[in-house]
Design a protein around this ligand. Sequence first.
Ligand code: SF4
Length: 688
Amino acid sequence: MEKHISVCPYCGSGCKLALLVENDKVVGAEALDGVTNQGELCLKGWYGWDFINDTKILTPRLKKPMIRRTRDADFEAVSWDEAIAFAAGRLSEIKKKHGPDSIMLTGSSRGTGNESNYVAQKFARAVIGTNNIDCCARVCHGPSVAGLMVTLGNGAMSNSICEIEDTDCILCFGYNAADSHPIVARRILKAKEKGAKVITCDPRFIETARISDQWLQLNNGSNMALVNAFANVLITEGLYDAEYVANNTEGFEEYKKTVAKYTPEYVEEITGLKAEEIRRAMRTYASAKTATILWGMGVTQWGQAVDVVKGLSGLALLTGNLGKPNVGVGPVRGQNNVQGACDMGALPNVFPGYYYVTDPEARAKFAKAWGVASLPDKVGMSITDVPHAAEEGKLKAMYIFGEDPAQTEPDLAAVRKGFEALELIIVQDIFMTKTAMFADVILPATSWGEHDGIFSSADRGFQRFYKAVNAKGDVKHDWEIYGLMAKAMGYDGIDYHSTEEIWNELISLCHLYTGATFEKLAGLGYIQWPCPDESHPGTPWLYAGDKFQTQSGKGLLFASEWRPPLEKVDAEYPLGLCTVREVGHYSCRSMTGNCAALTTLADEPGYVTMNPIDADKLGIKDQQLVWVASRRGKVIARAMVTERTNVGVVYMTYQWWIGACNELTVHHVDPISKTPEYKYSAVKVEKI
Ligand code: SF4
């Protein structure tokens, strides 16, 4: 049996594993001693590989290019030459007629590597001439990037996943580690075993709450009020590090004024927490020698998410928990390469390496390297802008790479309407996803296991993964497809022969990555950016010497007033709906839904969890089929009645085709990051 080094394609924990191969077929996986997983895997790592083999459990692998000549025609399998000519010809026509900004592209945060994301954004900018490229960071940790960029000057995790277990206090805020990053949850458990205090802020009694010293069951939608009250306690009780604040931060006086109102007593009604619980949590956090804050979608998928991220970084700044090992701020990225898609510039405002598209020097540098006269200077569109822009006629075409917005965006009826208004949809993927069903052109790509490259894990760690088996079907690597498209549109600058060639071009252009060479990353190699030169070992923790990457070099303290969620419950829709994760499945489920072992864990329709008090009122029994309806749609789900869920709010996971919770979710976004408020929509639940 052969063993090929790889990195798990699911969450951002970056677990290193070996794919086991017999007769050119993947037959298993085993854990390797990677930096973040240290010989351990969760169930997705152990059992999440057989989708490569085209099991067809949920949906078939795409094995031939396909086109639809008209919207009501069937898909027609065609040669690569015909598919590329058709797609490139239509894109060129739209560009000529409506301009480059009438085209939107996506990067992919899943099992595709950094190299393909680098090439995707190069195609968008150098060939199409637009910054309209975005990735799933928009719907997950976009607010973390936006908030931390302002307060600390870097949008990524400040410290490393493996440091978590040596931290003295872990504040998990809106972060269900056990379901979203089981290996991070393992690090939290190990810290607890070593004597760390764990504080969990979450409306549900999640697994981390079970092992916590303190569980703060805050009301949904009260994050900002609680974070302000935390700051208020640190200041009024003199628990903050006054010297650190004086030397290393700015904005303290204004910040102090804003949080003054948010006494623990003042926020009792908003948060549903007792003032003494809030005080106790901050006394624990501030008295720990080292403390870290980890957060997830419970912080970021709100209309006020950027403000809350700024508030959380304020807690770390007030207590001096930055710039050294085992402390920090940790927005733990969800998908396995969402950090990488951002690192590679699959975002509307930055080039690879986080150079701003609005910076003339950066534009000139990339234009010269890519052999074009100029590059677009206007910040592009976000993926959450798509439905409205399409309906308004501003957007005419989408080139969707390894994402499934028809399953994962909010208010799916609006997404479908937007798709129908587009003149052209190109989908480049490995599966016949719900989005692919809307496509005019389908370009089938090689899967994880069939290609090689480099991923970025949630803590800025680059790791190589290797090809294990030959591709099945008439498919091509993502970066090769962009090369063919570019050539057909008259551009020769995407003519690569290997991922190493692409990587070398990237690192030559980005000082953050220059020293992370292919060679240094060989085997189990792990390098966390910044890594500015070949002799540099990488950076496990940021802000050494308390130097922040803001313009002034100081950390910014910034507080905001609390705002309630946009959509209100009322007599017709009396319950809140919050979307959440489940451990056995991943994202839109196109990969895990095609893995035999994982599909036995849960089956359609998706479920809606509710508290027994709400269920009793409605006469609903555990496991009963119910309707869940909002102002936007109605789906069937299976009721799961549990006391772990708080009263007044129901919870659904978002990967199910039957019981798709995004038929119900509201399209309300954070004004800065444009991230949707997936965590609160008004619904009703009825017996069938
Ligand atoms: Fe590790 Fe995440 Fe993969 Fe589980 S899903 S094995 S925690 S990378």
